[in-house]
Each structure stands twice: as structure tokens, then as C-alpha cells.
Design a protein around this ligand. Structure first.
Ligand code: ANZ
Ligand code: ZN
Length: 818
């Protein structure tokens, strides 16, 4: 008998599969399509970690399962290969970012191959390769033509460590998403994509994604932050009745306004403070605020700081003059950058008014209780008071009534505001996709003509960590204006790498197209992605940006869907000793070490068996050992019975044992099929296979051999998506020439599931006390023995003497006691 040696059979089969081009995408149009996609990795210098192994294994089981179920499957892989670490390696170690990245890409690919994942390598994409980024530039130009890419000067997020700007989505709790440095603000002229144009559609689309986790949809809704409210326009008499408009979600509180607050950066502030007492204090304050991030300024526990400008504004309905303040908690970037202060009904305003001794005016009263002695803002519902003609209205109605009234009078009106900001995509870094724009003194901003693409990254650059390396390349910066031919300058910023990953899933459908990002007909063949597997950390980054890109490409008539991912599976983390595996915690288990020691099949089995895909998974050496033992058990099972398959006997299920094994086999097929399909409960599917293996080991030597052969074959087929190498080897051992992965998924016969069992009543002295299921053909003494073992009956019989046991076959058992 041969022993199980994964280190021999795994590389052998990987080579055979590769040679036979087994994982090339099946283009048979008669089959239904399935697009299984795992988020592609960033090729860091460290190779794969367990998190990667988990995602790829999950995706691979789905892809293989679907293939065996008659689908043509697209299952591609690539590398998200632009990004900062390559450039930092260049600065620190003096290596070329391109060579460094290509080396890492190669290594990651090799490691992925060693896991036995069934990717169609012929569709591999690397976002840093010129044939790919040429088309990223092509898409930028499409956005530009459609008015969706624009340049503007703005106070933007700046990471002093990464030396570059960041999109709002890349600032987490005030810190850089990549390096955790506190983000500051900087005034810069930058490129933006107009994602805000799509805010409503990005919201609406979420309602059409029932197979996305609620949590991810909630995070996106919250990020987009749609809020209905009103604009209200005040005037400033001393500035020749210049207007200042506020955004409020509570126009019903308009009569409770006792002051206005402007953001320090509000353009009116300098005019308001000119010549006033606080002028220089406020000017200093503005300078400080310009550098502080929103998060720091608006944190709930942050001290609210404000200054009276010395100017007043006129209330649009009462004509009253209210003081105008500037304060840290009002952001220029939200609404209109100006708010009306209603201390009686807004918590923040209440604290502010208390601190600076501003009047508090109640305009909403609850149905019960009073608001005479406010100790905090009253933010609930109620009736309007002190509100002119609107007094007496319920405040819900008043929100609409006052907004409408303002509109009629030309003093504002209903409006919708979003938290979402346009996507800032310029990066002052080298290792990214160059923005294909040229600046000409005469022609202004000139897009690079599509036929001149790609704008290649130059090699003659200096990496000193002090400036954007692209600005150091004379050959890159100096160019000619494509319009007038005069000398001109190239844009030196590169694109946010999230742009590269916003369209890669389209590229896989047509990975070698040199002229277009893809042929729309090919996209039509495959999109949408049927199952997308990746981390929750991309909930409002990659997943929002990809949805945005898809909608723009849909509008341009290039893709047939406006939502790219039908179903989203966010896998849990891989933990060790209760904490996420990470280098800093020193609790990392190297995937390749595990593959070396036990084989990829064991690693895959362990990961799939230890937890359902969306839950966190605790690494366990004992668990890995257990998976390895199980595969050995499967191996021996086939080896022991290998001769059975030389001349396969026809099954005969007349004996009780054969009937039972046959039933167990069908039950297992049903369970595994249902668990894998849709639910992706791989762990319970694997347990069911383990039970079948136990059933085979317990099967008597003299029982029907044909039934046994069927059961063994079923184990190998059911296990194929999970442990592809060992099953392939065993399949050959069973005498087959073709691949186990090219077989049809086993089916089950509902008739074989019917159990030959009956439920009978158990009585004590004629009273029904319990029920029990027994084999239909069990004889009287077998039934009696089963009944006497029941917990409930044993308890009830305690201290009693059994006089007689009456068994009525297939009906009941009556125990007579006294
Ligand atoms: C008056 C008022 C009275 C408000 C009241 C609330 C309660 P959401 O829901 O997040 O959209 N606000 C508006 N622009 C702001 C800015 N640039 N910086 C800081 N705060 C701003 O919140 C909208 C509310 O946040 C607005 O409604 C405004 O305060 C404040 F009883 O106006 B409210
Ligand atoms: Zn940073």
C-alpha cells in the first residue's frame, strides 16, 4: 500500500493541469456562466499570508463546484501592483520599484499555484504593466470627456509620512489608512472624479443587492450620507445685504435661531472681521484650523471653540439681528459651511451657547412635560411655540411648511445634502498610473490624445523621499502641447491606485485587448460577477469606487450592468491565540511552511473546516493535524479497496448494511450539495463527508462490494473541490484516465433517502410518556432494549419495579410497573 505524500503528488498534478490547460476558461455558450472572483492581492515583499489563502480557497471551492455542476466558469487572478511600498523600497534599499514589484508578483503567483487554485492564468492582469495602465489612462480620458474628471484647488487631506494627498475614504478616524499618521490639511490644486454626481444612484443600487451583507450596505449608505433638509438665507446688513446661506435638517427650529456660525474657512469671514476687535485673533484661528483635519475638529469630545466676528445677520422671517460667530465644529466641506445656531434643540449648539453665554430660545414643546428649565437640548418631537404663524403646528409638518414658505419667498427651500465628496485621485508619488494630461501656456489643460497612450513612467528619476520623483525627470516633464506643438509640461501626479482596481474585473473578460479596456461584447458574456470574495476593509473604498466606475461605464454604453457584483462574500479574519495574525504581533503562521509540511490540500481543508467563510477563524495546529489525518484516512480507504475498481461489481442494496450505506451516501450528497450551493457552509459539508468515510470504515467486510465502491467513489468526487490534488491522485488510482475535476457533480435519489424506520409511542401503565424512532424491522427484544435506554423513561422508572413490557410491533411499547 502506498502512503500519502502530498509533496510528491501536489507538484505533479499542478504541472499536469498546467500542461493540459485545464483551467482555461470554458467558452461553451450552451452552459450557464458563472464568474467567481477573489480580490487580487497587492504584491508585497512578504508573499501570501493566511488571509490570502483563505480567500483563494473559498473562491476555488466555488469555482470547482460550479464547473462540476455544468457551468462555464471564469475564475481569474491578477495583481494590484501599483502602490507606495514599492517606492519606499526604492528609497530605502535603492531598488527599482518596477523590478521589486515584478519579482514579488512572480513569487505571489508561484505561491498561489502551490495552493492548487484553479485560475485561468492566461487572463492574468498586473495593474502596473504598461498594457494595463495604458487603458487605465484611456478610462481617465473617458471620464474627462464626460466631465467627470476635473481639477480644482482645495484644502485636501495630506499625509506627512506618505508625502501625498489622500482621498476622504483613505482617512480613517483622522489617520492615514496606510501608515496611521495623523492627517493634516493642505491647499493644493488636484484632480477629482465627480462621484457625487452618482450619489443617488449609488444609494439606489444598494437596494438591488440582496446578496450583499447588510453591514457593507449600511457602511456605504452611511458614507454617502444623504440628508434631507433646507437651505435658509440670511442677509448681512453691514455688508450691503450680502447673503449667507445655511444648511439645516431642522427648518422647524428656525424661530429658535439665536446666532449663526461660519466655518473658519468660509469666504465671508475675512470681510466680516475686517477692522473688528477680534480680527487678528480670528485670523490666527483660521490659520490653525486650515491644518487640522475634520475628524479632530468634530470629534464628539473635542472642545468647541468659537469667536464672535463682531458682525450680525438678519433673520429671514423675524428680521431680528443675530450675531455671527466662527467656530471649529463647523466644516467648510459640508453643506454650505454655515449653520444656524439653535441651542434649545441641538446638543452641540446648546453646549456652545452655554459656554459663550448666548441666548437659548425654546420653539418646540413636547406633548407632555415642559421646557422651562432646560438642562440639555430638547431634540424630540412636539408642537411649535414662539414661531409666528407656524406656532401650534406639529414639528414634522412644520419642517415641510417652513421649507416651502422659504422657497415661496425666495429665502431658501428644501434641499438634499450628501456627506460624500468628490474622489480626490491625484497622488504625488511615482509608482502609479500617470495622469494623461499636459499643461500648455496657450491651450491650458490638454488631454493626451488616446493614440499617444500610454504615458509611460520614466526611468530617469530621483528617489530621495523629499519630492514627487516624477518632477525630477526632465524627459518626462518637458513635452510638446498636442494641440499647438509648443513646449509644454506634463502632469506629474499619478492616480490613486484604487482607480486601477475599479475596473480590473472587466479586464479579465478580455485581458489582451490592446486598443480598448475590453470589448463590450466580452463583458456582456461574463458580467456581473456572480460571487465576489474579499475583505470587509474595502466596504467604502474599493467596493464603492468599483460601483461608481461601473455606473459611468454603463452610461457610456460600454458595459451592460450598472452593478458589478451580484453577491458579495466578506470573509472573516484568520486569528491566532485570539488575535489577528500579523507581523507586529509575531503570531504569523506562514502558508508556505504549512504547504511544505502537510500539503496544500490539508491547508485548504483546515481553513474550510474550521469556520464558515464569513466568520473569524482561529488557527489551530491540532486542527491542521486533524485535517491531515482525515486526508490520510481517505487515502488509505481508497488504497485498501483499490482492487475493487479493477472490476467494478454492480451494486446490490438488498441487504440491510448495503441499504444503509447507500442511504448514507445519498444523504451525504444531498447535504454537501445544499451546504456548498449558495450557503457556502463548507465546514458542515466537510463534516458530512467525514461521516460518510466513517460509514465506509464501519461497513462489514462481507457486505455488498458494489455499494461500497459507489460510496468510495462518491467521497472522492465530493471532496474534489476542497482537496483537489489528493482526489485527482485517488481518481487515477481508481482506474480513470480523465480528471476528477472534469466529472459531473454526484446526484442523489430522493427515494434512497427514505428511511426504513417508524416512530412508536412509549407508555408507562398505559400513559404515553415518550416517542422513539426504531428500525421498522426490529424485533420485539431489540425494540424493548432501545426503549429501556431512553433517558426520560429511565428517570420515570427510577424506584419502580417493572412487572411486564408489552411490545406491539410498529405501534407502541407499554411498560407495566408498580
Ligand atoms: C439647525 C439645527 C437645529 C440643526 C436642530 C440640527 C438640529 P446631518 O444630519 O449630518 O446632515 N450642520 C450643517 N452644516 C454643517 C457644517 N458644515 N458643519 C457642522 N455642522 C453642520 O446634519 C445637519 C445638521 O448639522 C444641520 O442642521 C446643522 O445643524 C449642522 F435642532 O441646523 B442643524
Ligand atoms: Zn500615510
Amino acid at each position: 500500500m502506498r502512503t500519502y505524500q502530498p509533496s510528491e503528488i501536489e507538484p505533479k498534478w499542478q504541472a499536469v493541469w498546467q500542461e493540459r490547460r485545464m483551467h482555461r476558461t470554458d467558452e461553451d455558450r450552451d452552459k450557464p456562466k458563472f464568474y467567481a472572483l477573489e480580490q487580487f492581492p497587492y504584491p508585497s515583499g512578504e508573499g501570501l499570508h493566511m488571509g490570502h489563502v483563505r480567500v483563494y480557497t473559498i473562491g476555488d471551492v466555488i469555482a470547482r463546484f460550479k464547473r462540476m455542476n455544468g457551468y462555464r466558469v471564469l475564475h481569474p487572478m491578477g495583481a494590484d501592483a501599483f502602490g507606495l511600498p514599492a517606492e519606499n523600497a526604492a528609497i530605502q534599499r535603492g531598488v527599482n520599484p518596477r523590478e521589486w514589484t515584478l519579482k514579488n508578483m512572480k513569487r505571489i503567483r508561484e505561491e498561489q499555484a502551490r495552493l492548487g487554485v484553479s485560475y485561468d492564468w492566461e487572463r492574468y492582469v498586473g495593474t502596473c504593466l504598461p498594457d494595463y495602465y495604458k487603458l487605465t489612462q484611456w478610462l481617465f480620458l473617458l471620464f474627462y470627456e464626460r466631465g467627470l474628471a476635473y481639477r480644482k484647488k482645495a484644502a485636501v487631506n495630506w499625509c506627512p509620512t506618505c508625502n501625498t494627498v489622500l482621498a476622504n475614504e483613505q482617512v480613517e478616524d483622522g489617520l492615514c489608512w496606510r501608515c496611521d499618521t495623523e492627517v493634516t490639511k493642505k491647499e493644493l490644486e488636484q484632480w477629482f472624479l465627480r462621484i457625487t454626481d452618482y450619489a443617488d444612484r449609488l444609494l439606489e443600487g444598494l437596494d438591488r443587492l440582496p446578496k450583499w451583507p447588510e453591514k457593507v450596505k449600511a457602511m456605504q449608505r452611511n458614507w454617502i450620507g444623504r440628508s434631507e433638509g433646507a437651505h435658509v438665507t440670511f442677509t448681512i446688513p453691514e455688508l450691503d445685504h450680502e447673503k449667507v446661506t445655511v444648511f439645516t435638517t431642522r427648518p422647524d427650529t428656525l424661530f429658535g435661531v439665536t446666532y449663526l456660525v461660519l466655518a473658519p474657512e468660509h469666504p465671508l469671514v475675512p470681510k466680516l472681521i475686517r477692522g473688528k476687535e477680534n480680527e487678528s485673533v480670528i485670523a490666527d484661528f483660521i490659520e490653525r484650523m486650515r491644518k487640522e483635519s475634520e475628524i479632530t475638529r468634530t470629534a464628539a469630545d473635542a472642545e468647541k471653540v468659537g469667536y464672535f466676528t463682531g458682525a450680525f445677520a438678519q433673520h429671514p422671517l423675524t428680521g431680528e439681528n443675530v450675531p455671527i460667530w466662527v467656530a471649529n465644529y463647523v466644516l467648510m466641506d459640508y453643506g454650505t459651511g454655515a449653520v444656524m445656531g439653535v441651542p434649545a434643540h441641538d446638543e452641540r449648539d446648546f453646549l456652545f451657547a452655554r459656554k459663550y453665554d448666548l441666548p437659548i430660545r425654546v420653539v418646540i414643546r413636547p406633548e407632555e412635560g415642559d421646557t422651562d428649565e432646560l438642562t440639555e437640548a430638547y431634540t424630540g418631537e412636539g408642537k411649535l411655540v414662539n414661531s409666528g404663524d407656524f406656532s401650534g403646528l406639529n414639528n414634522r409638518e412644520a419642517i415641510k411648511a417652513i421649507a416651502r414658505h422659504l422657497e415661496e419667498k425666495g429665502l431658501g427651500g428644501p434641499t438634499v445634502n450628501y456627506r460624500l465628496r468628490d474622489w480626490l485621485i491625484s497622488r504625488q508619488r511615482y509608482w502609479g498610473c500617470p495622469i494623461p494630461i499636459i499643461y500648455c501656456d496657450d491651450c491650458g489643460i490638454v488631454p493626451v490624445p488616446k493614440e499617444h497612450l500610454p504615458v509611460l513612467l520614466p526611468e530617469d528619476v530621483v528617489f530621495d523621499g523629499k519630492r514627487n520623483p516624477l518632477t525630477t525627470s526632465e524627459s518626462f516633464v518637458n513635452t510638446e502641447c498636442p494641440r499647438c506643438g509648443k513646449s509644454a509640461r506634463r502632469e506629474t501626479d499619478t492616480m490613486d491606485t484604487f482607480i486601477d482596481s475599479s475596473w480590473y474585473f472587466f479586464r479579465y473578460t478580455d485581458a489582451h485587448n490592446e486598443d480598448m479596456p475590453f470589448d463590450p461584447d466580452k463583458v456582456k458574456e461574463w458580467l456581473p460577477v456572480d460571487e465576489y470574495i474579499g475583505g470587509i476593509e474595502h466596504a467604502v473604498l474599493h467596493l464603492l469606487y468599483s460601483r461608481f466606475f461601473t455606473k459611468v461605464l454603463y452610461d457610456a454604453g460600454l458595459v451592460p450592468v450598472d452593478e458589478p457584483f451580484t453577491s458579495l462574500l466578506t470573509q472573516g479574519m484568520v486569528l491566532k491565540d485570539g488575535a489577528k495574525m500579523s507581523k507586529s504581533k509575531g503570531n504569523v503562521v506562514s502558508p508556505m511552511d504549512i504547504v511544505e509540511k502537510y500539503g496544500a490540500d490539508t491547508a485548504r481543508m483546515f481553513i474550510l473546516f474550521a469556520a464558515p467563510p464569513d466568520r473569524d477563524l482561529e488557527w489551530s495546529d491540532a486542527g491542521v493535524e486533524g485535517s491531515y489525518r482525515f486526508l490520510n484516512r481517505v487515502w488509505r480507504m481508497v488504497e485498501q479497496h483499490a482492487s475493487l475498481f479493477e472490476q467494478r461489481p454492480a451494486p446490490d442494496t438488498t441487504s440491510k448494511e448495503a441499504q444503509e450505506l447507500n442511504r448514507l451516501r445519498h444523504r451525504t450528497v444531498k447535504k454537501v450539495t445544499e451546504d456548498v450551493n449558495d450557503r457556502y457552509h463548507f465546514n458542515t459539508a466537510i463534516s458530512a463527508i467525514m461521516e460518510l468515510v466513517n460509514g465506509i470504515y464501519a461497513y462489514p467486510e462481507d457486505a455488498d462490494r458494489g455499494t461500497l465502491a459507489d460510496a468510495i467513489e462518491t467521497v472522492v468526487l465530493l471532496l474534489a473541490p476542497f482537496a483537489p490534488h489528493i482526489t485527482e491522485e485517488l481518481w487515477q488510482r481508481m482506474g480513470h484516465q480523465d480528471s476528477v475535476h472534469a466529472q459531473s457533480w454526484p446526484t442523489f435519489d430522493p427515494a434512497a433517502l427514505v428511511q426504513n424506520e417508524v416512530e412508536i409511542a412509549v407508555q408507562i401503565n398505559g400513559k404515553v410518556r415518550d416517542k422513539v424512532v426504531v428500525p421498522a424491522e426490529a424485533d420485539k427484544s431489540e425494540v424493548e432494549a432501545l426503549v429501556m435506554k431512553l433517558d426520560r423513561i429511565q428517570t420515570l422508572l427510577e424506584g419502580k419495579t417493572v412487572r411486564k413490557v408489552i411490545v406491539v410491533p410498529r405501534k407502541l411499547v407499554n411498560i407495566v410497573v408498580n
